[in-house]
Design a protein. Sequence first.
Length: 286
Amino acid sequence: MNRSYLFVPADSERKLQKAAGTDADALILDLEDSVLPDAKPGARGIAAEFLASRPGWVRINPLDTAHAEADLAAVVPAAPVGIMVPKPRSAADIVALSGRLDQLEARADIPVGQTRIIALCTERPEALFALQAYAGATPRLAGLSWGAEDLSAAVGASANRGADGNWLPPYELARSLCLFAAAAAEVAAIDTVFTDFRDHEGLVRYATQARRDGFSGMLAIHPDQVGAINAAFVPSADEIERAERIVALFDAHPGAGAIGMDGRMIDRPHLVQAQKLLQLARSVSN
């Protein structure tokens, strides 16, 4: 299970090589926001060459732009781990992309279905009303993430965070809907970037809250953020010990709906939570 997803501008060989030396669980070669239009053709070639030697994801341009098809044609033959899709209007865009990937994989002699998809599912206002459709949309779907910058620009907001750095209510809503949509689709819920890469304490606090809330990983925009994100998504020894005790208790009492532990009652939802935490601990230790 990936904890950290590091964005890297695909037009910079230097930045790609630096990113390859980090402990990021996944690299996302960015062909969208960090690459100017005139640099996109060259960036596609650099990305394809990089993917020949190292696994990575690629964030393409929005599917309703002229750049998207050129992005896919250039990088899919290099067998990326997956495609990150910005600004989808609904899961229908992901289904259409899946069909296009079928064609490109077959043409490149890549096993059909190998290329996964992560959708940035909240970047258009209309997308928030269709998130339930991601459940069962395509087996390629590996995760959902969200973003506030395009969303706040679309509604004409002057800010998306308050003076304390916390998300303002409209964007906290988008974050929550992404989390629930990912759970419904049984895919990874990936929290968005923490943009102030110099604020280490703020990053640690945000990433810790992300795991607390149920996200399984987080996007990063700077190599220096990777270590803090990775650490935040590793359960502590105390959490693991408590989860193991809960599982052991229910194993010892298979017919029980609720059991007392440490002076408190725990029930089946606590068991499910403990099992998920132990699964996370196992995945990050491998």
